[in-house]
Ligand binder design. Sequence first.
Ligand code: FAD
Length: 439
Amino acid sequence: MKKNDVIVIGSGISGLLSALALSREGKKVVILEKESYIGGVCRSYDVNGYRVDTGPHIITRLENGPLKELMDRYFKIVPEFIPSGKYYVKIGSEIKPFPWSINAWLTFGLLPMTDRLLLMRALFNILYLKNAGKDFSSITLSQILPNKVSITTRRFLDWLCYFMVGTSIENAPISRFVDNKTHHPRTVPYVGKLYDLFIKEGATDQGYPKGGLQSIVSSIVESFPKDRVEIKTNVAVKRIECGERVEGVVTTDDSYDCDTVVYSGFSSDLPHLIDSLPVAYTKNLTSIKRVNSLTIWLGLTKKIFNNYGSEMWVDSDPYAWVIPTSNYDPTLAPKGNQLVGFAFTLPGEYDASTIKKKAFQTIVDNIPDIETHIDMIHYQELIPEKASWGINCGFGDVKTPIKNLYCVGTDTTKRSAGVNRSAYSVLEFLDIMKSDGNL
Ligand SMILES: Cc1cc2nc3c(=O)[nH]c(=O)nc-3n(C[C@H](O)[C@H](O)[C@H](O)COP(=O)(O)OP(=O)(O)OC[C@H]3O[C@@H](n4cnc5c(N)ncnc54)[C@H](O)[C@@H]3O)c2cc1C
């Protein structure tokens, strides 16, 4: 049997980016994907004339983030990103742009003035202590929250925690919001943060990929060098064969020898694929907590959402993030219609049919006449991040105890979120491959 250079398990964005980087660095790569499609939770498909994504997405850090770095290094074809516009906060029937700067925060009338001042004081304290070297990775946001803040302010912060960290305010570490771990660290982080606080007018380097998420996947595949990457779908890896080093993989009805395996499935599933992992390593994997989400896509016969950007619904239950994707690219919906994605955060345990009804009711409660304009409705239950970044939650790692077995994906590195977290994991993986002498 011919020995492959690299087997990549899984064709989500982290598997595809790894395959692209390795093939452009001269390796021959085989991707094995258990589903009938590639892209994992970063793809698009058609439903009754609408092109829906796997959940509403805004891609962040397009000017200097890890995805940008990988695009610069390895993409032959780069997707076109449309500016994502503003984030609007909706509380009750009022809606206002997200307050990015101190100036905007001071005039942000959706939250009580006393709360805003208390939070500003708390934030300056944190930044001061952080600059003095205090570690905020095991202190939660709720631990430093002044007792007096209103329920609305608490919900506003809780919303941010769920969507940025995948967990509640009681479990989200402050470090997630104040650490400045870029791939190219700033030299004066404290001054940098303060500069952002005073000057920033909003996120200017975020975008939506024209044509939908699928265009990112297509750009990667079209950038593969000729004859260097083979993709096999409907192939589930059942075992990773290894002694001290990785030897190959076994699928439902085949086996492959290889030098290197890059695993991009759930790190917590690794112990089911390999017998010989040390207990100290697997113990940490058992405390990983996945993030659950529900998306409801609505195709509307009329344009109901007129703001350019997305909406954060702070007092809906469950919390919602709403993106009318056809405002970015009208070709995603039939002419004259609107396509809107409503992403909801879900608890660890939930009953799917109850939560779907509750989430749909939230939409109707917020936009009472919406029901008469619904042309298409589509539900998705997806896992946006394989690990929530909460206190006491386990995390996987890019490097494993087995030589030449590496992991990538959103449960392998504590940096950023979503697609950029996947991209960070791939950059880390490439660095480790180099230091191991494999690249
Ligand atoms: C509702 C929602 C909203 C989101 N919003 C944003 C956003 O605004 N911005 C952003 O950046 N990100 C966002 N994300 C997150 C982002 O899409 C994901 O973090 C990212 O796509 C995860 O990629 P991944 O490669 O780590 O994992 P996955 O996409 O889960 O890929 C893993 C792949 O491995 C395959 N696999 C697993 N085990 C095996 C096996 N044994 N054999 C073969 N194949 C296997 C799986 O089938 C899958 O295809 C959102 C996600 C959702 C669901």
